[in-house]
Write a protein that binds this ligand. Sequence first.
Ligand code: SAM
Length: 337
Amino acid sequence: MLLDSLNRPARDLRISVTDRCNFRCTYCMPFETYEWIEKGEILSFEEIARLARIFIPLGVEKIRLTGGEPLLRRDLERLVEQLSSLPGLQDISLTTNGSLLAEKAAALRSAGLRRLNVSVDTLDPAKFKQMTGRGDLARVLNGLFTAKSLGFDPIKINAVIERGVNDDEILDLVEFARTNGFAIRFIEYMDVGNANNWQTSKMVSKREILDIIRSRYPLQLKGRGHGSAPAVDYALPDGEADLGVIASVTEPFCFSCTRVRITADGKLVTCLFSERGHDLKALLRGGAGDDEISRVICSVWMRREDRYSEQRLEAMQSDGGYKPKDRKKLEMISLGG
Ligand code: SAM
């Protein structure tokens, strides 16, 4: 099996299908304009499916489609269909802001998609608009419930918690998930990219999030799914909802990170906090055979020694402190969440 320099396999492939997004989330990509990837540089569905086929024998079991906003990519269901038929792949999922989900859910389901992550950070329409720059909460909720009525399962709500912005809604979000049968993942605000002007003080820690939830619900620790999932999961007493916290800042999990990413323009990225990727598109378009592409992927992965979040915590705990601007990181919008 393919292992990196810290003995981590490449099990989860996250594919960004576009860097475009119709939201401008303050914590992700607040800029109105950005140096978007040119259309001709974006991988075709056939190129993406070819890469997926090459990755599976190397150990990839799961694929998550992401972006930018993946539902902005026209006919995304065609890609889902191509990926669903790949032998050896155990799971396909999609992370979306939900704004186009009501229109797209039926086609995605027919194409073979069963699992969804939908980002909902607040249940207050005005705050939703403020946090997303442009989003309409009613549309997103309509998408969520349409997907539920079509049988998507699980549907996980992703909520990034930012101090002074939506930390007063943690219990409301749990209640919303619990009563409507959604799973929920709270995400510590991360210093991904540089556009969001991240500061430690804006981050609400896993411990604080759990303390708030425990003030109303006793939680039982379940642990990290498959030992390598980003979220640590907890059971609520009635067993109705599945709840987790992704604590990349205060409890980093680099030691078990099995995620490999491909940007919309075909760069292989080995860490969410990477400065750059390795160009696979040039190989795809330059006539390289599958074996050659596979060899390049293996050599990149075998050299992988990323443990950014662990180093960030070490720096945060040191005398010098952590300076988020010291490293120029790829923006989340281009490398996918
Ligand atoms: N547009 C899609 C969406 O909104 O889900 C997919 C891409 S988005 C970059 C993927 C996930 O990353 C979302 O759940 C989003 O909330 C999360 N995210 C973006 N910036 C983040 C940050 N600075 N800290 C923590 N999570 C972040």
